[in-house]
Design a protein around this ligand. Structure first.
Ligand SMILES: [Zn+2]
Length: 123
């Protein structure tokens, strides 16, 4: 018995020709699917993502040159939330930098904060 497997596009239901593991007929159906999928992110993820993006935006706006020292209060006043960051980096001198994506900061005892930018190499 001959098996012919016809797969249907997950979005529009069109038959898919080609590789068996394909799930969409076209790139536009694929992008619709991913858009829809994004909407299904749990609220906690949306909430944290928006915090991180806002934090990053504040750092970008306060640090156009890529390196700057300013009072910690400037960040708080702009609405920066110190509870949210993506990763940490400790320098050889033992200074801890917290990052929101590529934008980072180090807190100092005298209520100053050093803003830095991380050059991210994407391969
Ligand atoms: Zn389709």
């Amino acid at each position: 018995m001959l098996h012919t497997t016809t797969t249907q596009c997950l979005i529009c239901g069109s038959p898919i020709i080609g590789r068996r593991d394909k799930r969409f007929c076209t790139d536009s159906c694929r992008s619709i699917y991913h858009q829809e999928h994004k909407k299904l992110d749990p609220p906690a993820i949306k909430f944290i993502n928006s915090k991180l993006k806002k934090n990053r935006q504040i750092l970008v706006s306060l640090n156009p040159e890529g390196k700057r020292t300013l009072p910690r209060e400037s960040l708080s006043r702009a609405g920066f939330d110190f509870n949210y960051c993506t990763h940490r980096f400790v320098s050889r001198k033992g200074i801890q930098y917290n990052f929101c994506y590529d934008q980072g900061y180090a807190l100092f005892d005298d209520h100053m904060v050093l803003l830095v930018r991380q050059e991210i190499q994407v391969h």
